[in-house]
Design a protein around this ligand. Structure first.
Ligand SMILES: [Zn+2]
Ligand SMILES: [Zn+2]
Length: 163
């Protein structure tokens, strides 16, 4: 895997450090009210990546069961000391895909959104760039993800079935 496509990050107190061992499958900028509440801000920026491509370099995470809009819940992995959230897994997908919080990366500028979702509840002052796809709610991966990411997703699904 190319060194250039890895990304390192961590929490605020630096007890937890991790590395994304490749680029993400896709990057979501979510404008739903749940993400607004969880971040205390206007949206969440999540890099979706296979769980086994996120390696802990230092420390451990504490996994907190948290309600989600779908009702299936999400597990938020936080630093046990400073409580910063590093990534989530959502109920539907289990722990095969992690939603890494882009703001915890050392260089978050490298992962801008690939899509804006749930723009129906976007805060009105947030102005979206015309060049990035934006949907009122959700979308189908087959319509927006690059071919390589769809292949990676198919590999994940095949592995899940063979378990
Ligand atoms: Zn910490
Ligand atoms: Zn959301």
């Amino acid at each position: 895997m190319a060194e250039a496509s890895t990304h390192e990050g961590g929490c605020t107190c630096r007890a937890v450090r991790y590395r994304m061992e490749s680029g993400p499958l896709f990057v979501h900028c979510c404008h739903c009210r749940w993400c607004q509440r969880e971040t205390g801000a206007s949206f969440a920026l999540n890099a979706l990546i296979e769980a086994d491509r996120v390696r802990l370099l230092q420390g451990e995470v504490e996994v907190i069961d948290t309600p989600s809009e779908s009702g299936k819940g999400q597990k938020i992995s936080r630093c046990p000391t400073c409580r910063i959230a590093l990534w989530s897994n959502y109920g539907g997908a289990g722990d095969t895909v992690r939603f890494v919080r882009v703001g915890t990366l050392d260089d978050p500028d490298r992962l801008p959104p690939d899509v804006h979702i749930f723009t129906a509840s976007k805060q009105p002052w947030v102005v979206l760039p015309a060049a990035t796809p934006a949907v009122a709610e959700y979308y189908k991966a087959a319509e927006l993800w690059p071919k390589e990411s769809l292949e990676r997703r198919a590999a994940l699904q095949a592995r899940a079935r063979s378990r």
